[in-house]
Design a protein around this ligand. Structure first.
Ligand code: AGP
Length: 590
């Protein structure tokens, strides 16, 4: 979604802002812009499309400026709607949604002010100009006092050269300091490698950045900035020889699993969560997209291993179910970014009703992590590609570890050992999965594709399908294999690709029935299986044999060839696997 950068110091701001925006490209956006302050003037350049269009703006003068990548919500992706928005002496960039912008805009228009965009954000610049009494930060405080919704705001003012004012409410914003001066960004990766230390803002905080220092406020009360070092892993964002981040991140899965094996099940937070789960009357899991699929896969493990009931709900629907919550309910909120607005809202709902909220997150400094009672980091390292790959497997590793650990405490032994084998098996799977490259041509030419499986394999089918549609734009459905004949079979025609996932001996014959039903209607069937006996079945167009692991953990391996398939089909269809159209890496609006 939208991204913010800013800089104030001794260097020319524009090239640093441009470099910061390039780092934010992975978030997904459709227009971009920068504004700098020089000679008592605000200089602005905005473009639709790629940040590269701003390369020429790197010559803008000024040592203080702000920049933005916009993912359109209110108004089309046009130059006029792109940020920064300028009104009077102010230029602003905004992430989030100003929910009461219509009434505020009507009020400004009634005073004769003209708007140049359709956005909810522009009203902020108008209010600043109206409420300005000679003090930049004071104007921002007054403005925020009338805003409803969520915002990360960075503001520059013609009358305050060399200063940037910030405000945060339910949308992330981080300050960074380095040798060149002070920086700000909505995402930590944009601050690397220029900053050695960072200070994330909390809701309700304001800040004033100058070349000399940073002043931080809770409302009007000044507090000391909370500087923390920028960890090494947060700085590593190169492709390291891979053609795309997605390819690199899939290749990292074994190492991510290896790393987490040492840490999981040990820390104090993990022990507290395990105890809470043991005492729990039920587990609720909330998440979106791929993280939701991790929740679905975890339900199989939690219920089978611990016999504690687990319900999984798409986070955006959770509140409307009016969920039954007690002080013994544990809510697991699963999110790579920790900034997904729907997941945060669901977690807040549960917390307010007495549940114990556990955030299972990759970004440990995220809003969700701050809101939760407990945090379990998944340790996947920075994930740049919009399509989640290594973070999905890392989420599964944490959730499986939790289930195994509770099971062991309940006296059911052996599940931890099976988990310890996953890193090596994942290494083999990444190798074996490369075989699916040869399948891509069949999908590239198709009108739609289907993924089927039974039991935990049905979750892998859902995730494989999501991955494919996300980065190749090929319409696709994931189904429990048994459901195919209850409707979707009508869509199968000559050469329709169907991927069957088969990792359970117990369910194999039934899944193969669905394979034959699809074959009989002309489908090209591809099998991803850990049961070699089925790989040579007559009539299959392709098969990939992956290593065997405990059935209950199989989604962590079986998903890998499906991620690879989506990647190859994306390339075959001429798409950019790292930056799918219309999508954003973290979805910070409800
Ligand atoms: C995954 O490939 C998607 N980009 C998307 O479904 C994602 O998983 C979802 O938006 C949730 O994001 P989160 O894990 O950061 O909360």
């Amino acid at each position: 979604m939208c991204g913010i950068v800013g800089y104030v110091g001794k260097r020319r701001a524009a090239p640093l802002l441009y470099a910061g925006l390039k780092k934010l490209e992975y978030r997904g956006y459709d227009s971009a812009g920068i504004a700098t302050l020089s000679s008592d003037m605000v200089w602005v350049k905005k473009v639709t499309g790629h940040v590269a269009g701003l390369r020429g703006a790197a010559s803008l003068e000024g040592t203080c400026g702000i920049g933005h990548t916009r993912w359109a919500t209110h108004g089309a992706p046009t130059e006029a709607n792109a940020h920064p928005h300028v009104y009077g002496r102010f230029a602003i960039v905004h992430n989030g949604i100003i929910e009461n912008f219509r009434s505020l805009r009507r009020m400004c228009e009634a005073r004769g002010e003209e708007f140049s965009s359709e956005t909810d954000s522009e009203v902020v610049a108008h209010l600043l100009e109206r409420l300005y009494r000679g003090d930049l930060l004071d104007a921002l405080r007054r403005t925020c006092s009338v805003l409803k919704g969520s915002y990360a705001l960075a503001v520059i003012c013609r009358d305050a050269p060399g200063a940037i004012a910030l405000a945060r409410e339910k949308s992330p914003l981080v300050i960074g300091r380095g040798k060149l001066g002070h920086f700000l960004a909505s995402d930590i990766p944009a601050l690397a490698p220029a900053c050695g230390e960072i200070c994330p803002l909390s809701d309700g905080e304001f800040a004033l950045l100058t070349g000399e220092g940073v002043r931080l406020f809770t409302g009007e009360r000044e507090i000391a900035p909370r500087w923390v070092p920028l960890a090494r892993g947060e700085k590593e964002t190169g492709k390291e020889g891979h053609a795309h981040y997605m390819e690199k991140e899939i290749a990292e899965i074994p190492a991510v699993l290896q790393r987490s094996r040492g840490g999981l099940g040990e820390g104090e937070a993990f022990s507290r969560v395990r105890e809470a789960v043991i005492r729990a009357d039920r587990i609720h899991i909330v998440a979106c997209g791929t993280a939701y699929h991790a929740g679905l896969a975890a339900k199989y493990a939690i219920e089978r291993l611990t016999r504690i009931p687990a319900e999984v709900t798409v986070a955006s629907e959770y509140r409307y179910l009016d969920p039954i919550l007690t002080d013994k309910t544990v809510l697991l909120a699963v999110s790579q970014s920790g900034e997904t607005a729907d997941t945060i809202a669901a977690a807040r709902h549960a917390k307010e009703r007495g549940a114990r909220v556990v955030a299972i997150v990759n970004e440990i400094r995220s809003t969700l992590a701050a809101l939760a009672d407990e945090r379990l980091p998944i340790g996947a390292g920075t994930e740049i590609a919009v399509a989640a790959t290594k973070s999905y497997v890392a989420q599964l590793a944490v959730l499986y570890s939790l289930a195994a650990s509770v099971a062991e405490a309940q006296g059911r032994r052996g599940y931890g050992d099976a988990l310890a084998e996953l890193p090596d098996l994942a290494r083999e799977t990444v190798r074996a999965g490369k075989a699916v490259a040869g399948w891509a041509a069949h999908f590239a030419a198709a009108r739609s594709a289907y993924f089927i499986g039974r039991g935990a394999d049905s979750v892998t089918a859902l995730e494989g399908s999501l991955k494919l549609k996300e980065i190749s734009y090929l319409p696709s459905e994931g189904y429990p294999a048994g459901e195919l004949k209850h409707g979707t079979l009508a869509l199968i025609e000559e050469n329709t690709p169907v991927v069957a996932v088969l990792t359970s001996e117990e369910l194999a014959e039934k899944t193969m029935n669905a394979v034959h039903e699809a074959r009989a209607r002309g489908a090209k069937v591809f099998l991803v299986t850990s049961l070699p006996a089925y790989a040579d079945e007559r009539g299959l167009t392709g098969s990939a044999v992956i290593p065997r692991c405990a059935d209950v953990y199989s989604p962590a391996l079986a998903v890998i060839p499906l991620q690879q398939l989506a990647y190859f089909v994306s390339l075959a269809r001429g798409c950019d696997p790292d930056r799918p159209r219309n999508l954003a890496k973290s979805v910070t609006v409800e």
